[in-house]
Design a protein around this ligand. Structure first.
Ligand code: AMP
Length: 219
């Protein structure tokens, strides 16, 4: 399966991508995670990307496209992938098609949009945490760890993201709404756009995602 999950920040696409990838032995490729890892390592690309990320702006397309396409090519031979956060606009989507698309066939089997209103986005983001060690995502209300502020998997402390601060979230939402139309119309024209209601619990949304993929016969 070759899938893209896209949607506003906080719509749960990362959580669902992690889950689906584990269930179906797919590679989960998150552009945000790759960029944050590069920033934490202090690579030249990471240092450049960090300023944009902290301000809630998109990292310039040339940096992101190069990084992501390189990773995707390393994975071409694997069973499939779930992309999360890339492509994020039409230009990035065209770059992906240019590299992985085949004559008359999209690079993706499905581009799944997670639908969530702005109020829900801000509400969800304020409680978002992730493990400082392994990156496992949590939410203080919706998916809390068993022990407060400690990762269930590795026991390290949980941290919030600097770009989840309310003012930055509003900016990220604007950026998302601005670019989503282009992405939506691009994948609609390729016939692989689908939608999922992302306002439910993690388990509910997971069931919707599975239903859409099964309906499409995507394996
Ligand atoms: P995310 O974890 O997907 O919410 O991404 C966090 C931040 O990383 C975004 O606000 C952007 O600054 C940057 N980023 C992630 N993916 C992309 C992308 N495909 N294009 C540009 N910037 C990106």
């Amino acid at each position: 399966m070759r899938a893209l999950f896209f949607g506003p920040p906080g719509s749960g696409k990362g959580t669902q991508a992690t889950r689906l990838a584990a269930e179906r032995s797919l590679v989960h490729l998150s552009s945000g995670d790759l960029l944050r890892a590069a920033a934490a390592k202090g690579t030249p690309l990471g240092r450049e990307a960090k300023g944009y990320m902290d301000r809630g702006e998109l990292v310039p397309d040339d940096l992101v496209v190069g990084l992501l396409l390189e990773r995707l090519e390393e994975m071409e031979s694997r069973r499939g992938f779930v992309l999360d956060g890339f492509p994020r606009n039409r230009l990035q989507a065209e770059a992906l098609e240019g590299r992985l698309g085949r004559e008359g066939r999209s690079a993706l089997d499905v581009a799944l949009e997670f639908l969530l209103g702005d109020e829900d986005v801000v509400d969800r983001m304020s409680g978002r945490r992730s493990c400082s060690g392994c990156g496992t995502p949590y939410h203080v209300r919706f998916s809390p760890p068993r022990v407060a502020d400690r990762c269930d998997r590795c026991g390290r402390s949980l941290v919030g993201r600097s770009d989840d601060a309310p003012a930055v979230v509003r900016g990220r939402l604007q950026v998302y709404r601005r670019d989503a139309d282009g992405l939506r119309s691009f994948y609609r024209s390729l016939g692989c756009l689908r939608e999922v209601d992302a306002s439910g619990t993690i388990d509910e949304v997971a069931r919707f995602v599975t239903a859409v993929l099964d309906e499409e016969g995507v394996e």
